[in-house]
Ligand binder design. Structure first.
Ligand code: APR
Length: 241
């Protein structure tokens, strides 16, 4: 069986990584996404954007949760691709080998002028602070995180590999995404339109829920360890090849 997991911030919530759009605890409840996560915001106040991403970089020392570990363990029974919107490396640290990062990685930094990869040491951040001056490249450019900001294009390789992973899937499982950020949110829709069974794992309904073949209103850490065993009851009459 070929399974493609499409994950969002909720996948890492059980590891202690805040999501974006939760009304109370979400990152965007406290910060304007277009100020802190856009090329325009970077141009206007790189020291604020850099500080925010440096804080998140240092936050990502948390551990994979039971959901990440379950997805990695599925590799023993199925051919598994992970298509993730997350910039953390928790899927890889749990043991997933085929992970496509649609929105980049918080562990890679590069020069915003000559694009060369940053190999220096990032500043420490014992406590979150409002501003940190980004390091400078030898070309004079500013060092920025290798994440996709609003208004920026997704990396071609990750996008093409993700589309292929959806097209080849016998089953798609979307986990912990609010399904509102495009073009990524178009991938589960594409799978549903192709008639591929799609299971949505999310404690809350999303704009995609009506297109899902089945919805599991549980957290990632609770739902995923037993999801494969529950397929016959979740997808009656649809036994992915
Ligand atoms: N398990 C599963 N799902 C959860 C959990 C959990 N423990 N906790 C929250 N969720 C769900 C929420 O109900 C919500 O629908 O995860 C979803 C998180 O949604 P968002 O915060 O909007 O995150 P995401 O969909 O990944 O955002 C997409 O937006 O801000 C940009 O680039 C950023 O990649 C991100 C993109």
């Amino acid at each position: 069986m070929r399974v493609t997991v499409f994950s969002g911030a909720g996948m890492s919530a059980d590891s202690g990584v805040p999501t974006f759009r939760d009304a109370e605890t979400g990152l965007w409840a406290k910060t304007d996404p277009y100020e802190i996560s856009s090329a325009d915001g970077w141009r206007r106040h790189p020291e604020r954007v850099f500080a925010w991403y440096l804080w998140r970089h240092h936050l990502m020392t948390v551990s994979p949760n039971a959901g990440h570990r379950a997805v990695a363990a599925w590799q023993d029974y199925a051919d598994v691709d992970v298509v993730t919107q997350n910039v953390d490396n928790l899927h890889e640290r749990a043991g997933s080998t085929k992970v496509h990062h649609l929105h980049g990685s918080i562990f890679e930094f590069h020069c915003d002028r000559c694009k060369s990869a940053f190999t220096g040491t990032l500043p420490a951040m014992p406590e979150p602070v409002e501003t940190v001056d980004p390091p400078r490249c030898v070309c004079g450019g500013l060092i920025r995180p290798n994440v996709v900001w609003f208004g920026e294009q997704l990396p071609d390789d990750a996008w093409n590999n993700s589309v292929q992973a959806i097209e080849n899937a016998d089953l798609v499982v979307t986990v912990g995404t609010s399904a509102v950020v495009y073009p990524a949110a178009g991938l589960p829709e594409y799978a549903a339109a192709k008639g591929i069974p799609v299971i949505e794992v999310n404690p809350e309904p999303t704009p995609f829920s009506d297109q899902a073949t089945a919805c599991v209103r549980e957290t990632a850490a609770l739902a995923l360890p037993t999801l494969l065993q529950r397929l016959p009851s979740l997808l009656p009459g649809i036994t992915p090849a």
